[in-house]
Design a protein. Structure first.
Length: 230
C-alpha cells in the first residue's frame, strides 16, 4: 500500500475522510496526498460537499427534483401541444376541403324558376307525358330532384352547386326532352291510394311551372317528340 495510483486513492477518499479505513491504508493515502495535487483537490472537494448544511443539501435536492419534474412536464406539454396542433390543422384542412367540394360539387342550390323554360308539353301514345325543358341562364345542370308529398303533388326541381359553372353544350341536362311516367310513379308510391295529382317543374316555393294536373287534357305528341322516346 506504499505506492497507490490516483484511481485507487480517489476510490478510497470517502473512507479516508470518514476515518473508517485501516491504519495502514490511511497512512498510504496520506503519503500519496502529500505529493499529489490532483488527489488533494479531490479530497478538498469531498470536504466542501460534505460540509454543506443539511438544509442546503435538502434544498438542492428539492430544486433538482423540481427541475426534473418541470422538464418532464414541459416534454409532455410539448408533445400534447404538437398533437393538438396537428389535430387542429387536420380539422381546418378537412373543413376547407369539405367546404370546397360543398360549394363547387354538391348540388344543393335550386335553379330559380325565372331561368326555366318548359315547352311542348304533350302526351305520348303510351300515356306518358313529354315536355321540353331548357335552362336559359347558360349554367351547367348536373342533377334533377323529383319528390312527391303526401298531397300527391310532384315537384321536379333542377339543382346546382353554390358556385355554378358555365356550359356551351347544345344538348345537356338543362336543354332536352324529358318524360313523366305517371303509371310507374303511382305504382312506386308507398301508399297506392295516394295517386299523383299534379306535376310541377321547379322549386315549390318559387312559382314552379305546371306540367300536368288531374283532369287536364294534353295535346297528343308530335311525331318528332314520339321519336325522342321510341
Amino acid at each position: 500500500m506504499n505506492k497507490l495510483s490516483c484511481e485507487i486513492v480517489q476510490d478510497l477518499l470517502p473512507l479516508y475522510y470518514d476515518e473508517v479505513c485501516s491504519p495502514d491504508a490511511r497512512q498510504s493515502i496520506a503519503a500519496h496526498l502529500a505529493t499529489c495535487e490532483k488527489c488533494t483537490a479531490a479530497l478538498n472537494k469531498l470536504k466542501q460537499s460534505s460540509n454543506l448544511p443539511f438544509e442546503v443539501i435538502t434544498k438542492n435536492k428539492q430544486e433538482s427534483n423540481a427541475l426534473a419534474s418541470f422538464k418532464e412536464h414541459w416534454k409532455r406539454s410539448k408533445v400534447a401541444s404538437f398533437a393538438k396542433g396537428l389535430l387542429l390543422a387536420s380539422t381546418v384542412c378537412g373543413v376547407i376541403l369539405i367546404g370546397y367540394f360543398g360549394l363547387f360539387s354538391w348540388n344543393i342550390t335550386k335553379v330559380p324558376s325565372s331561368a326555366i323554360e318548359i315547352t311542348e308539353v304533350s302526351q305520348l301514345r303510351d300515356g306518358r307525358i313529354a315536355y321540353h325543358v331548357k335552362l336559359t341562364d347558360g349554367y351547367r345542370l348536373n342533377k334533377i330532384s323529383a319528390k312527391a308529398g303526401d298531397d300527391g303533388i310532384l315537384y321536379i326541381t333542377p339543382m346546382r352547386p353554390v358556385f355554378k359553372s358555365k356550359t356551351d353544350e347544345e344538348l345537356r341536362l338543362g336543354n332536352r326532352y324529358d318524360v313523366i311516367n305517371l303509371e310507374q310513379l303511382n305504382t312506386n308510391r308507398t301508399d297506392p291510394a295516394k295517386q299523383i295529382k299534379a306535376v310541377f317543374y321547379g322549386s315549390k316555393d318559387d312559382n314552379p311551372f305546371l306540367i300536368w294536373k288531374q283532369g287536364m287534357k294534353l295535346p297528343p305528341a308530335t311525331d318528332l317528340v314520339e321519336a325522342q322516346f321510341d
